[in-house]
Design a binder for this molecule. Structure first.
Ligand SMILES: Cc1cc2nc3c(=O)[nH]c(=O)nc-3n(C[C@H](O)[C@H](O)[C@H](O)COP(=O)(O)OP(=O)(O)OC[C@H]3O[C@@H](n4cnc5c(N)ncnc54)[C@H](O)[C@@H]3O)c2cc1C
Length: 635
């Protein structure tokens, strides 16, 4: 007899991850690998780890993030090593602090490989469903509810909603209430977040058109080949294990005709007509912004990048736009090599809701809803790599919360991930946050080549790095230290072959014996160059040789930066009681008092980075905490 009564359909889990983009995948894998029953939600299972914009992973500073994710036991590095179609080490002519790996990805393969890994992971299950509500009781998360009304109960929920919350896509007069690539947007969750006291921001970003490669004349462009030697993103991989045939990208330029078409139609640009509401990424400007803001520039670089081996589609890097379709076609056809180009997908801008990350602790947990975490574009960042880094930390900390363990917080002196998260939760973000090497004050210590030496031990402590990998790391550390010691104690005598090698490198001949280390430190020489005059040299892998050379050549700079870190840590270690009443702190300036009250920093170091809090205010606070020592303690 039909009752029509709703059947109770509630499920229990430990961690719910809302979104299977680059943040959600890392968060779900970390939580499940740490033993938590994890449910990963997405509006479309076919869009797992989708790359809605540039077809590459890494690049300046972003390569650092990927290697740090890998060093801690995350997945992005391994996944791109499986699905790359071109690999390049950028900035090799500059110092090691800015060397950055970038790999072109086969987008479909990248998504597929990530899905395979997710589906093979114990304690992890994927659910295609739109999460409509978070469920909160007494300031604590108890779960989430989908649009169907089904409740999933769990003590931890991680928001990784990317560019989908109330998303709207615009080009010219066309405005569509969809997520990226025409996928369904998420329309309910924003209201639920607001109802629970969360402040949302409205951000935007844009992407260029995709064109059919069969309609492009690549002979009119400069070929950009991949590197001969492949450096894997994952420290677990060796070059010979991932080496493969690479395909090229191509460089071309806009010109005065392109710029004239854009200027003549700028009134039809939603960006300039005001149809677009939302703040865009300053460091990924649209082509119309570049032409209008830099009128003296007679050309702008465009990189033509393949979307994958499975398609003719090409991505026009540097030409993101929201101009009308007819203008897009006209401007593209002014570019050398694109005269006959046919558009496959229009360029467009997307506006979306995201959280104000100042509501989060450095652990990425919400300050006022226990168990609610957030990661990725939903924190106002921009980029696959920034998302993956936050996802990993949020996943680790959600699992540690479930297991009653302390949260993991990476400091600015330990990792780019630490810089990223600290900037997001400490600084007022008025636009999508993109990582850059200039943001990392200790970048000579935070190189991409030593991410494993800095972080893999912690990854092992957390439980995401295997015993075997940990032992390999310890062996690597020992080998580096032993080789540095050997070079410091190996004396090279002024023999004929030594003098010959020195003069072939325009290096001052020796008058007497000198240590190998001293020779390596000479700018015109290096560890590999001196191999012919160093017969006792042990057989060592390339990455160990690289560490020996960098440690010797940059010794002074590294020591200086390490001393700065010591000073930085003094403030960073001084915790501020969460319940401190700033009205009690006598001679604090009003602006500082208001900012500290609003932001409630966790440490003196964080307080020192809040806009409007001066070093004098920090000193006042430090004295107050000293006087009231029993209420504040060291970390
Ligand atoms: C048009 C466009 C242009 C871009 N341009 C740039 C650029 O120029 N430079 C740059 O660095 N980055 C750019 N990006 C950003 C880049 O794509 C993102 O940074 C990256 O994808 C963020 O990863 P994420 O995991 O945070 O979110 P996403 O990859 O967006 O993934 C979000 C996930 O959440 C799911 N989801 C959302 N809401 C719900 C819900 N309520 N219930 C269930 N599932 C939900 C979605 O299904 C999806 O799986 C662009 C993105 C777009 C769309």
């Amino acid at each position: 007899m039909p009752t029509g009564k709703k059947i109770e359909n509630t499920e229990k889990a430990d961690v719910l991850v809302v979104g299977a983009g680059h943040a959600g995948c890392e968060a779900a894998l970390a939580a499940a690998r740490l033993g938590c029953e994890t449910v990963l939600f997405t509006v479309s299972v076919d869009s797992i780890a989708m790359m809605p914009c540039n077809p590459n992973i890494g690049g300046t500073s972003k390569g650092h993030l990927v290697r740090e994710v890998d060093a801690l036991g995350g997945e992005m590095g391994r996944n791109i090593d499986k699905s790359y179609i071109q690999s390049k080490m950028l900035n090799e002519s500059k110092g090691p602090a800015v060397h950055s790996l970038r790999a072109q990805a086969d987008k479909r393969d990248y998504s597929q490989k990530m899905r395979e890994t997710l589906e093979k992971t114990e304690h992890l299950r994927i659910r295609q469903a739109e999460v409509a509500k978070i469920l909160v009781e007494d300031g604590k998360i108890i779960g989430a509810e989908t649009v169907s009304g089904k409740k999933y109960l769990a003590p931890a929920v991680i928001l990784c909603t990317g560019t989908y919350l109330n998303a709207r896509c615009v080009y010219g007069e066309v405005s569509e209430e969809t997520g990226p690539n025409g996928l369904k947007r998420a329309t309910h969750l924003s209201d639920s977040l607001r109802e629970n006291g969360l402040k949302l921001l409205r951000f935007k970003t844009g992407t260029p058109a995709r064109i059919d490669g069969r309609t492009v004349d690549l002979s009119k462009m400069e070929e950009q080949k991949g590197d001969e030697t492949i450096t894997p993103f994952s420290f677990e991989n060796k070059e010979n294990e991932i080496k493969k045939q690479q395909i090229s990208c191509y460089l071309t330029y806009t010109n005065e005709n392109t710029h004239r078409i854009i200027r003549d139609n700028i009134d039809r640009s939603p960006l300039y007509s005001g149809a677009i509401r939302g703040t865009g990424p300053r460091y990924c400007p649209s082509i119309e912004d570049k032409v209008m803001k830099f009128p003296d520039k007679d050309r702008h670089q465009l990189f033509i990048e393949p979307e994958g081996l499975y398609t003719h589609e090409l991505y026009i890097s540097g030409m993101s736009s929201s101009l009308p379709e007819d203008v897009q076609e006209a401007m593209i056809r002014t570019v050398p090599g694109l005269e006959q180009a046919v558009i496959v997908r229009n360029a467009y801008a997307i506006m979306y809701d995201c959280l104000d990350p100042m509501q989060l602790k450095a652990s990425l947990e919400c300050k006022f809803i226990r168990g609610l975490f957030s990661a990725g574009q939903s924190n106002g960042s921009s980029g696959y790599e920034e998302a993956a880094a936050q996802g990993l930390i949020a996943g680790i900390n959600a699992a540690r919360m479930v297991h009653g363990q302390e949260a993991v917080v990476l400091k600015r002196s330990e990792a780019y991930i630490g810089v990223l998260i600290d900037d997001l939760v400490t600084k007022e973000n008025t636009e999508p946050y993109r990582m850059m090497t200039s943001r990392a004050e200790y970048r000579l210590l935070l190189r991409q080549d030593n991410a494993d030496l800095r972080l893999t031990e912690l990854g092992h402590e957390i439980g995401l790095i295997s015993e075997e990998r940990y032992r390999k790391l310890l062996a690597k550390k020992d080998a580096i230290a032993a080789e540095i010691r050997r070079t410091e104690h190996t004396v090279i005598a002024p023999m004929e072959n030594v003098q010959a090698l020195l003069s072939s490198h325009f290096s001052t001949p020796l008058k007497s014996g000198i240590t190998l280390a001293e020779l390596i430190r000479r700018p015109e020489l290096g560890y590999q160059i001196l191999a012919p005059v160093d017969p006792e040299r042990p057989e060592l892998s390339e990455d160990i040789c690289e560490q020996v050379e960098i440690s010797l050549k940059y010794e002074g700079y590294i020591a200086r930066q390490a001393a700065q870190v010591e000073h930085f840590l003094k403030l960073e270690r001084r915790r501020i009681p969460a319940e401190l009443d700033y009205n009690d702190v006598g001679s604090l300036r009003i602006e500082a008092r208001q900012k500290l009250e609003k932001f409630r920093p966790e440490t003196l170091g964080q307080a020192s980075r809040i806009a409007g809090v001066s070093p004098a205010d920090v000193a006042v606070l430090q004295v107050y905490l000293e006087k009231h020592k029993n209420v504040s303690r060291e970390t």
